[in-house]
Design a protein around this ligand. Structure first.
Ligand code: DP6
Length: 402
């Protein structure tokens, strides 16, 4: 009965994925609407290994909007969170066509409670605003019965979040309009398109404080002539090329371009004034290792990419996973929890030929890599049907503390 439902508590839980860009987004032309200076392209990672879960609830009994992140209450007034909330409510109002609000399934004036958590340790430095905002927007949209184009709303939370609204291979088109209506994410290919593609996240220890993406890219836009050239000339060419490599499942083309684009992103950081350094000695060690590995095989079998943090992401194909994992294990011998060194999808064992060891594994750095997470491309946000999975109880409060 609709009246009963309106009186009670409405609750929705969604999950959303992390994505990793192979053509990087770096730089905004509009800071408020989060409109980028160039298009970008990413791979959505599988939620079995990395996901955010968000429960959104509305009730006329709630006195105020509230938010919990990993069990801890957090500030609900964050401007980007408020922008997402406002946009979803605007779409809901539009959808209801200005009909009497009291007749609507869920009153837009009810306060909401939001709880969100990640299935990976926050300390791993993977705490992704992309998965977080994609999940928030998915849950809110379901709660208010809004369907259709939501990447535009997720974009208002974090630019890269719009790409987490879809699975597989996703392009965020920069768009041309000043109002951002055409700055949207589109699926280039679904996750099933390239079944052999694998992703290894090298979670490194000793994460340090760094310049955040939002502040960093603003300084880059203001000061880097290389970034301007990249956005105007390099990225349009690379996007077309990358889409072809993906379409053709050409790993060598895909991997080489992914590495070049990661390197150019970090070059624009160095070209920023004052310069920004996201790559460190360990990143450079991993980069050199990948190139030695590929040189030994005489072709591109692994490709690295780095974002605005110290973790490395390696793309490879299923038949190479065991070998590269063993190379990483030999290069960065695990300090303590050796059995937990490889997590996620199962990895077979590989014994490395002596000549490969000699050519590729030079100067091991014990303990530098905390663990390897083995994953693959995956689908976009999902609705969680099972009510026992809600992060909020019937009282609208978090069920378990982190
Ligand atoms: C290096 O999406 O975190 O990961 O839009 O300011 O929230 P805001 O920035 P964010 O930037 C991500 C930058 C990157 C590259 C990428 O994901 O494309």
């Amino acid at each position: 009965d609709e009246m009963a439902e309106e009186r009670g508590l409405s609750m929705v839980t969604c999950t959303a994925p992390v994505n990793i860009a192979v053509i990087k987004y770096w730089g905004k032309r509009d800071n408020d609407l989060i409109l980028p200076i160039n298009s970008s392209l990413s791979v959505t990672l599988h939620q079995d290994q990395l996901k955010t879960t968000t429960t959104a609830a509305a009730s006329r009994d709630f006195a105020e909007d509230r938010l919990w992140l990993n069990g801890e209450e957090a500030d609900v007034g964050h401007p980007r969170l408020q922008a997402c909330l406002r946009e979803v409510r605007r779409l809901a109002r539009k959808r209801r066509g200005g009909s009497d609000e009291d007749a609507a399934p869920l009153s837009l004036s009810y306060k909401i409670h939001i709880a969100t958590e990640n299935n990976f340790p926050t300390a791993a430095g993977l705490a992704s605003s992309a998965a977080g905002y994609a999940c928030l927007v998915s849950a809110l949209a379901r709660l208010y019965g809004v369907e259709g184009e939501l990447s535009e709303v997720a974009r208002r939370g974090s630019g890269s979040a719009c790409r987490s609204m879809l699975g597989g291979f996703v392009q965020w088109q920069r768009g041309e309009r000043p109002d951002g209506r055409d700055s949207l994410a589109h699926q280039v290919a679904p996750e099933t398109h390239w079944p052999e593609l694998r992703v290894l996240v090298l979670v490194v220890s000793g994460e340090k404080k760094q310049v955040g993406s939002t502040a960093g890219m603003q300084t880059s836009v203001d000061t880097s002539p290389l970034l301007k050239h990249r956005a105007e000339v390099v990225v349009p060419e690379r996007l077309a090329l990358m889409m072809r490599h993906i379409r053709e499942r050409d790993f060598e083309g895909f991997g080489q371009l992914a590495m070049r684009d990661s390197n150019q992103f970090h070059a624009t950081c160095l070209d920023t004034f004052p310069p920004i350094f996201y790559l460190n000695d360990l990143s450079r060690h991993i980069i050199a290792l990948a190139h030695r590995f590929n040189a030994h095989h005489g072709r591109t079998k692994v490709a690295y990419t780095f974002d605005a943090g110290p973790n490395a992401v390696i793309f490879t194909l299923a038949d190479t996973v065991a070998e590269i994992v063993e190379v990483v294990r030999r290069s960065f011998p695990p300090a303590a929890n050796g059995d937990q060194f490889v997590r996620g999808l199962p990895v077979g064992s590989a014994s490395l030929p002596e000549e490969l060891l000699a050519a590729v594994v030079t100067e091991p750095v014990p303990g530098a890599v905390w663990y390897i997470l083995h994953t693959k491309p995956g689908p976009g946000p999902q609705l969680v049907d099972d009510p026992s999975q809600h992060l909020l109880g019937v009282d609208g409060l978090p069920r378990r503390r982190a």
